[in-house]
Write a protein that binds this ligand. Structure first.
Ligand code: DC
Length: 228
């Protein structure tokens, strides 16, 4: 069967990654979490003291870009890809609040986006890929055969992230997560470079009141109608 490109965009914490990973596994496609790439750059900045109080040391980060090598490797135990930075697995590190609260800022930087988009396009050039993010259907793969734009209310999304962090044993307050979700929406949608927006030809999915199996069935139906 001819392989296609699947772009899944939408707001933060609305379950895009879970649905994209599950879909990729089900149909035997490669899954790439583009948000993890911006998180990896953020983690690099934290490690190399590249943040000022409210900004980033732009010149130093730009000079460091060739030294930031991001890759993914399938984790046999979880069946999902882990994120690597310069050969080191940083999957756990990039999901905590230190990275989450700074990543939107990193994702507004033009030269960072250019480098990530080039890498994402390289990863997807053979098709047979499911990539999730904010600008996949608009900028990275504007010709993707299937584009989904996922959304859910900020409160539902904050609750999901809260449950996720608590399950991992992280101390987190629901209020601060809700603030973080709203702040990221504001930055993601308002930034000058590649703001979050639904591609004209994307199908919208509001999953606030959907179960995972319902969502799965919905997605498989869209995929099947694209490939027959
Ligand atoms: O999906 P996520 O929460 O892991 O994304 C982390 C951040 O990166 C979020 O602030 C949005 C940004 N991002 C982006 O600007 N473009 C993408 N393609 C993916 C993520």
């Amino acid at each position: 069967m001819k392989k296609i490109t699947i772009a899944i965009d939408g707001h933060s914490s609305c379950g895009k990654s879970t649905m994209a990973k599950d879909l990729a596994r089900e149909i035997g496609y490669i899954y790439i979490d583009s948000g993890a790439m911006y998180r990896a750059v953020t983690y690099y900045c934290l490690q190399h003291d590249l943040f000022t109080e409210d900004n980033v040391k732009l010149e130093e980060l730009q000079a460091a870009m060739p030294d930031i090598r991001i890759s993914f490797k399938l984790n046999e135990q979880t069946g999902r890809p882990d994120t690597y930075l310069n050969g080191e697995c940083i999957e756990g590190e990039i999901r905590g609040m230190a990275v989450s609260s700074r990543v939107s800022l990193i994702a507004t930087i033009g030269f960072v986006r250019e480098a990530m988009v080039a890498l994402q396009q390289e990863m997807g050039k053979e098709k047979g890929i499911v990539m999730d993010g904010r600008d996949i259907g608009t900028t990275v793969f504007p010709d993707a055969e299937l584009k989904i734009f996922v959304t859910a209310s900020a409160e539902v999304r904050a609750q999901r992230r809260y449950d996720e962090l608590r399950a991992k044993g992280d101390e987190a307050s629901y209020e601060s997560i809700l603030e973080n979700v709203k702040e990221r929406d504001r930055i993601d949608s308002g930034r000058a470079v590649s703001p979050l927006r639904k591609a004209d030809d994307a199908i919208e999915l509001d999953n606030s009141h959907m179960t995972i199996p319902e969502q799965k069935a919905w997605l498989m139906e869209k995929f099947n109608s694209c490939t027959i």
